[in-house]
Design a protein around this ligand. Structure first.
Ligand SMILES: NC(=O)c1ccc[n+]([C@@H]2O[C@H](COP(=O)([O-])OP(=O)(O)OC[C@H]3O[C@@H](n4cnc5c(N)ncnc54)[C@H](O)[C@@H]3O)[C@@H](O)[C@H]2O)c1
Ligand SMILES: N[C@H](CO)Cc1c[nH]c[nH+]1
Ligand SMILES: [Zn+2]
Length: 427
């Protein structure tokens, strides 16, 4: 991984910081065609793309009860137990996000906010380079806590036309209703428009690669989406007190997800930067996903040297990355200065893997700088609010003058009249 000076104005560094070297335009072109095809040709198009991208021919996409039963039989008990521990931790954190409505009552009138769950949601669970049972829990549990009735999950099948066993186990233990073997942009399009086999949903949530994230962005408006949760990112903010071996390991943990994953270090210590480089070269050969990691490091990785640690914080806030790890002398104080990040991990014993699998916080997080305005997936993503207003005749008579004044000011005379007519004699 290359060392850059933060003052370096090179295109390569700017692109890494802004994530603008992701192949956005090429991917968008492909994804638009896929969405249109699925919209016009439904299951047939889904089947064709599944053959093309996942290498399997499927006519029926839904997972059967027998497949769920078999998945339970073939999954190691220690995996099921670990999923149950993670589930409990996720529930403990997310239950506090529940939102209740409220009502403001006065004589002869009330205003109210009613909170209701979204009826039907589609969870996208990645399944290309790896299967993510932990992501099933992260997406399904907040939906169930919110009270969503129809929780539909899609994930790409493997070459045998099957879904990884632990994904099905995770789906069952977290309360998913139906699972379909379809992924990528074709899966997102199927959820957005519906096909004869795959139900149209009200909202699509969940992370995925660039094809998935782009498809979600393009169908947003037809259906709701949670956020852009694309190729994953970590920024590690570290000073000379940090352990370079831990940092090297954490950078590789992120990069193994995807060759488009971004792993960046920000430090004021040249000596640390060089030690990280040498730790990477010592650890990389033991990595089963070495090829993916090297590709990601090469294009989307960087160690950036700043003058002061405050400069590092300024760059993090500009990048607004999905994850930030802080390994400095006073990591809690340092972390308080970070205003734009999906999730923050503090100190040398909180690698991001703690959040991925155990802590209970959600690992579906905004990427590509969208943490400037977007948040981690939560129960709130599965709720919607409706306002209710009741006014009696007396209440309306008190409001009449204000409404008429504002309506006339806006030139909306019918609005004013719809109030005044109610006070005319004979009405
Ligand atoms: N941001 C988050 O919260 C979060 C959480 C977990 C995972 N992730 C990310 O999810 C992603 C998982 O990616 P993945 O690839 O393993 O699984 P995936 O399920 O997201 O994507 C696989 C699908 O991509 C489609 N695809 C692949 N190549 C294509 C091509 N050339 N043209 C059109 N479609 C193509 C195929 O349909 C395939 O089934 C990673 O980027 C990882 O970083 C993000
Ligand atoms: N780090 C990924 C993006 O937040 C989530 C994940 C799932 N499994 C392991 N890691
Ligand atoms: Zn991860």
């Amino acid at each position: 991984m290359k060392i850059y000076q933060s003052t370096d104005q090179s295109n390569q560094l700017n692109k890494i910081i802004s994530r603008s070297n992701l192949p956005t335009e090429q991917v968008e072109k492909v994804v638009k065609e896929i969405i249109q095809d699925v919209k016009e040709n439904g299951d047939l198009a889904v089947s064709n793309y599944t053959k093309k991208f996942d290498g399997t021919e499927l006519m029926n996409f839904e997972v059967s009860e027998e497949e769920f039963e078999q998945a339970f039989q073939e999954t190691n008990q220690n995996v099921i137990d670990a999923l149950l521990v993670a589930k409990e931790n996720i529930e403990r954190f997310h239950i506090k996000q529940k939102l209740t409505g409220y009502k403001i009552e006065e004589t002869d009138q009330f205003i109210q906010q009613i909170v209701r769950p979204i009826q039907t949601v589609g969870l996208y669970i990645p399944g290309g380079k790896a299967a993510y049972p932990s992501t099933v829990l992260m997406n399904a549990i907040p939906a169930i806590i919110a009270g969503v009735k129809d929780v539909i999950m899609i994930t790409p099948p493997n070459k045998e036309g099957k879904i990884n066993n632990s994904l099905l186990v995770a789906a069952k233990i977290s309360g998913v209703n139906r699972v379909f073997k379809v992924g990528g942009a074709q899966g997102v399009a199927a959820l957005a428009y519906g096909t004869s086999q795959i139900p149209k949903v009200d909202k699509i949530v969940g992370p995925g690669n660039m094809y998935v994230a782009t498809a979600k962005r393009l169908v947003s408006g037809i259906v709701g989406i949670d956020m852009i949760a694309g190729p994953t990112e970590v920024v590690i903010v570290a000073d000379e007190t940090a352990n370079p071996r831990f940092i090297a390991a954490d950078l590789m943990a992120q990069a193994e997800h995807d060759e488009m994953a971004s792993s960046v270090v920000l430090t004021n210590s040249l000596s640390l930067a060089e030690q990280i480089q040498s730790e990477i070269s010592m650890l990389i050969d033991e990595q089963p996903k070495k090829v993916i990691i090297e590709k990601a490091f090469d294009q989307y990785g960087a160690i950036i040297l700043t003058d002061k640690m405050d400069d590092a914080i300024e760059i993090v806030n500009k990048m607004a990355p999905e994850h930030v790890e802080v390994m400095t002398e006073n990591p809690i104080e340092m972390a308080e200065k970070i205003t734009n990040a999906g999730a923050i991990f503090i100190g040398e014993y909180t690698p991001e893997s703690v959040g991925d699998y155990y802590a209970g916080t959600n690992h579906t997080l905004p990427t590509s700088g969208t943490a400037r305005f977007a948040s981690s997936l939560s129960v709130l993503d599965f709720l919607k609010k409706t306002s209710v207003v009741y006014f009696s005749k007396q209440s309306l008579s008190k409001a009449k003058e204000t409404i008429e004044t504002l309506a006339n000011e806006e030139g909306l005379y019918a609005h004013a009249r719809s109030v005044s007519i109610r006070f005319e004699e004979g009405n």
